[in-house]
Design a protein around this ligand. Structure first.
Ligand code: 5AD
Ligand code: SF4
Length: 453
């Protein structure tokens, strides 16, 4: 009689370790992968070294992430020689690129399983082949799967109080620098009732905050149903009992007035909007295929501030896009100053194979890109600090997430607007809300003291 995968994994006491690269969508996928592994009998290993299965969930949005993955997998060679039974598996966006997946298999013979973002749910059969039949598996499917399959995948979530909820997959925008539409496929949205049921369940389990995730949440429901993102947000706010709702990422071209109205209307929708601008120059925005101009973006940012007083605005910015002149770059700096972001993720343009911008002429030399990012980071650092200073003396409701990184006696959590606050306090407060008075602004965080309830 053949042994089942579950029996095999259990009798050998196998453990897994997942290393995740890239965005929150990947973090979310890793929680699904952990759920699948636990369902087939694996236990979580605290350290990579003690694991029998090491799974890399990869990202390919920038070259840096790809290089790091190759480096870190290569570093496992000695361990794989010592531990013959070790299975190294690699999945995620980077593997959706056929040539990269094949190169990885060729370079590292100890990589036993390679799969993409569209067949995570087939992991048990791939493990069966690798463990019981000693096969190497390369299984990357290009097309997206139907929603029913995704709904069946169990999840091993991070600890309370925060949870991520995927509301849609893929992207149809084809920004000229971006590889996501090629590796994540076409956009499709989960049914509203599935999302609402999931969030109700989370609220009942004691989760306080959900982050609704999608590459472009504002096009939720396009073409598939009568509930758009503003409609979904309203239902989540009023029909699930969850204490706090965040969402990302919003594409500026698809933000509706109704969405801002919902944000203004419901106290449990956090007053924070991540609104990637990418560039402050209309000429570059057009070449990026972003679908809005500098002026339209600025008008939207002002409208958001007007309708939702105290809203925190955050963004993504790329410097050194092909053809970006000094003048274009200066326009990015001036837009950043004008909006006065609370925080920004800043990136050096990285050419991605197969995207239009990779073959645009006028690629910007590396030294210039570096100079540009340094000045931008400095500017944003100052603006973040200024925005933090504005909190000193205020009373804020903070959802406590854990113990402070630098001080065992302190706890930390975020304000409604997403600012991280550290304050002395007991661990028992983790997972719940406290009121805090903000005493001091640091460069990236706030320092506070807990107030009596
Ligand atoms: N080079 C640099 N940054 C990129 N991003 C996406 N593609 C690239 C690229 N090729 C950035 C964008 C996006 C964020 C997730 O990553 O700013 O919003
Ligand atoms: Fe990439 Fe643009 Fe889609 Fe965002 S909206 S995932 S940047 S193509």
């Amino acid at each position: 009689m053949t042994q089942s995968l579950y029996e095999y994994v259990q009798t050998h006491g196998l453990k897994y370790y997942i290393e995740t690269y890239g965005c929150q969508m990947n973090e979310h996928d890793s929680e699904k992968l952990a759920g699948i592994l636990q369902a087939v009998g694996y236990q979580r290993a605290e350290e990579m070294q003690e694991a029998d299965l090491i799974l890399f969930n990869t990202c390919c949005v920038r070259d840096h992430a790809e290089k790091k993955v190759f480096g870190n997998i290569g570093a496992l060679k000695p361990l794989s020689l010592r531990k013959k039974s070790l299975i190294v598996a690699v999945c995620g966006c980077m593997m959706q690129q056929q040539d990269v997946a094949e190169k990885l298999m060729k370079t590292f013979p100890f990589v036993k399983i390679v799969f993409g973002t569209n067949n995570m749910n087939e992991l048990p059969s791939m493990l069966y082949a690798a463990l019981m039949q000693k096969e190497r598996v390369l299984n990357v499917r290009q097309s997206s799967i139907s929603s029913s399959v995704i709904e069946d995948v169990p999840m091993q979530r991070k600890e309370r109080p925060l949870a991520t909820v995927n509301i849609m997959q893929g992207c149809n925008n084809f920004c000229t620098y971006c590889i996501v539409p090629y590796v994540r496929g076409r956009e499709w949205s989960r049914a509203p009732e599935d999302i609402l049921a999931e969030i109700r369940g989370l609220a009942q389990e004691g989760y306080q905050e959900v982050m609704l995730l999608g590459q472009n949440v504002n096009s939720y429901g396009k073409g598939t149903g009568d509930v758009d993102f503003a409609g979904l947000l309203e239902r989540v706010a009023t029909q699930t009992g969850i204490a706090r709702i965040r969402f990302m990422t919003s594409h500026p071209k698809d933000i509706s007035e109704r969405l801002l109205e919902q944000m203004a209307k419901h106290d449990n929708i956090c007053k924070q909007l991540h609104l990637p601008v990418q560039s402050g120059s209309s000429r570059i925005l057009q070449r990026m295929n972003r679908g809005y101009s500098r002026e339209e973006y600025l008008a939207l940012a002002h409208r958001a501030r007007q309708m939702i007083p105290g809203i925190a605005l955050t963004t993504d910015i790329i410097v050194g896009f092909p053809g970006e002149s000094q003048e274009d770059y200066e326009q990015t700096l001036s837009l950043v100053r004008e909006v006065g972001y609370d925080a920004a993720f800043t990136f050096v343009y990285s050419p991605r194979n197969g995207t239009p911008a990779a073959s645009f002429p006028e690629q910007i030399p590396e030294e210039i890109k570096q100079q540009r990012i340094v000045r931008l980071v400095e500017l944003q650092g100052e603006l973040t600090y200024q925005s933090n200073l504005a909190y000193v003396g205020k009373k804020e409701r903070v959802l406590i997430e854990g113990v402070s990184r630098r001080d065992e006696q302190s706890i930390c959590g975020r304000t409604d607007s997403g600012k991280m606050v550290n304050m002395p306090g007991p661990k028992e407060k983790i997972g719940g809300f406290v009121w805090a008075e903000i005493l001091e602004a640091k460069r990236t965080t706030l320092l506070g003291r807990m107030l009596d309830d």
